[in-house]
Design a binder for this molecule. Structure first.
Ligand code: VG1
Ligand code: CO
Length: 544
């Protein structure tokens, strides 16, 4: 079958952000919008011609249609085989797992992650390379550049494939294998964790938990792994059916958007463990009884307990965290005598370090934790890791984290988001801070003295590539930090993120309420950046 060549013209604004290209569904539905971007992937990634490509998404509105378009274009562009998740479903970490397991040349993930879904909400597309990880900036820049000159795309004139049937099908000269979305991933989890120990925890009659899939992609994964393979009671997974609009909610596992789960873990009768994952299954939130584990602390605790896991008995080679993530993990790395890296926000920056074996664990404050088992952050992996720690230590979540603080000190941490603010105001605010940078060192702000101030620049230790302007960092002599950056995943206006951290070595001061404990730093941040004057907002929209 001959490919059909369709003439097109460049469409502005197809530059991928922190994690792929994210826009309103309505934008993606414009003629040639998706096609231009997909063709730019094929035009810049020649190894896909004759290669194998993984395709799947988080099940949101437009997922199925986009997959049919991509399959036709893949066949027309000479891809020899595609591996597609049944029903078009693949979580982001499952795509990474399948790329690696079958040694494919890459994958395309359809998701806007934690952003809401539905005809008036968001859609996204992301290319993952042969290592299973999000494409590097070099690759995403090349794709973007291609979108600016594109003048044609290739497709086939074929009817839609039935994606709800596992098996092998043909599309032109290309084979399409529709895979069970869960099994390869579930098998990988069985190699990393002590499933017997977790099974015993579930059957001891005392342990009570819920996993909130938020009507997003992890529902089928969690039901299979937690309820079927590990024997958790039916109903342990809540909101387990993936819906095109996530039931109308934000599939964002945090205190603001997973309120029902938080309520279940609160009070005298609260559950022992609660966990949630996001739209595409790469984020995680961990709760104990009346206890919230910050993602930064979670990374540190997992690192300190890694050797208890069958998959990490040999120990970990190093840890990396994104720059705004708290420095709790750095303390564990120092105690273990291993390397610790600070990277820009976004999982793509961990890829080279993982490939080179320099790190085993990595994480971001934005509810992302992962390891060298795949090249994406992995929500259910983190949940299983925690369950395995609980089973091995036979202690509560609160007891484990509190003991961790006693040993390493506590990094109080919070992030304040000002969402959907005017872009011009947000950019002015960042520029205003950039101008201040040189005069800040040694200045006293509140009770804190600035020791350094910069616009974070990262040189990749493996390939030497440099990424500049990755966020304003202000470090204080006390070890406290304030970081300002603008989100690269939003689809409307700008989102200002303010990250605040301070270190408390004294165990008698470890039980304070976070927002209250952080109040002096919050005030410094607001004043310094003139947040209210420049954004018109007196309070953040989301506090995590
Ligand atoms: C946010 C988070 C970042 C994360 C990214 C993708 O980016 O801050 O840590 O890697 O989302 O996560 P930004 O640019 O909006 O701050 V996911 O789960 O939405 O793919
Ligand atoms: Co996500």
């Amino acid at each position: 079958m001959q490919p059909t060549l369709i003439a097109t013209t460049p469409i502005a604004g197809q530059r991928p952000g922190t994690s792929g290209l994210r826009k309103k569904v309505k934008v993606f539905q414009q003629p040639h919008y998706l096609e231009n971007f997909v063709q730019a992937i094929f035009d810049t990634q020649p190894e896909l011609n004759g290669g194998v490509l993984v395709v799947g998404g988080d099940g949101r509105f437009y997922n199925r249609e986009a997959i049919q378009t991509i399959l036709r274009m893949a066949a027309a562009n000479g891809v020899s085989k595609t591996l597609v998740g049944c029903g078009g479903i693949f979580s982001t970490p499952a795509v990474s797992c399948v790329i690696r397991k079958y040694h494919t040349q890459g994958g395309i993930v359809l998701s806007a992650s934690h952003n809401p879904g539905g005809p008036d909400e968001d859609f996204g597309i992301k290319f993952n390379a042969a290592n299973g990880g999000p494409a590097s900036e070099t690759v995403t820049n090349a794709i973007f550049e291609r979108t600016q000159t594109i003048d044609r795309y290739l497709t086939l004139d074929t009817p839609a494939l039935n994606l709800d049937l596992e098996g092998e099908f043909s599309l032109g000269a290309m084979t399409v294998t529709v895979l069970n979305s869960v099994s390869d991933y579930a098998e990988l989890m069985e190699t990393l964790f002590d499933f017997n120990a977790i099974r015993q925890l579930f059957s001891n009659g005392k342990f009570r938990m819920r996993f909130d899939a938020m009507h997003a992609v992890t529902g089928p994964y969690a039901v299979e792994i937690l309820e079927h393979r590990l024997g958790a009671a039916p109903g342990t997974v809540m909101n387990g059916i993936p819906l095109e609009d996530f039931g109308g909610g934000h599939p964002d596992p945090n205190l603001a958007h997973a309120k029902a789960l938080v309520a279940l873990c609160s009070g005298a009768d609260g559950l022992d463990f609660g966990a949630a994952s996001d739209g595409d299954g790469d984020r995680n939130m961990i709760l104990g009884k009346n206890f919230f584990v910050t993602p930064s602390d979670s990374l540190a605790v997992l690192a300190a307990n890694a050797q208890l896991m069958p998959g990490y008995t040999a120990g970990i080679s190093g840890i990396a965290r994104s720059m705004p993530t708290s420095q709790a993990a750095d303390r564990v790395a120092a105690a273990l005598g291993i390397e610790c890296f600070e990277t820009p926000t976004g999982w793509k920056f961990f890829g080279n370090l993982l490939d080179a074996g320099r790190i085993t664990l990595c994480g971001e404050e934005s509810f992302g934790t992962g390891s060298n088992h795949v090249r994406e952050k992995d929500g259910l992996w983190a949940v299983l890791f925690w369950l395995n720690v609980l089973a091995a230590r036979q202690q509560s979540v609160a007891a484990i984290v509190t003991a961790h603080w006693q040993q390493f000190g506590r990094n109080y941490y919070t992030r304040h988001d000002y969402e959907g603010v005017e872009l011009a105001g947000a950019e002015d605010l960042m520029n205003h801070l950039r101008i201040l940078l040189t005069e800040l060192p040694q200045r006293k702000l509140g009770n804190e003295v600035v020791s350094y101030a910069d616009d974070f620049s990262y040189t990749d230790p493996i390939d030497g590539s440099v990424s500049q302007q990755q966020g304003i960092r202000i470090g204080f002599a006390s070890g406290a930090r304030i970081v300002f950056r603008l989100s690269g995943t939003g689809t409307e206006g700008a989102t200002l993120r303010v990250y605040l951290e301070y270190f408390e070595p004294d165990p008698t001061q470890h039980q304070r309420e976070t927002q209250e404990a952080m109040q002096p730093l919050i005030l410094i941040a607001r004043e310094l950046a003139q947040i209210e004057a420049r954004t018109g907002r007196s309070e953040p929209d989301v506090v995590t």
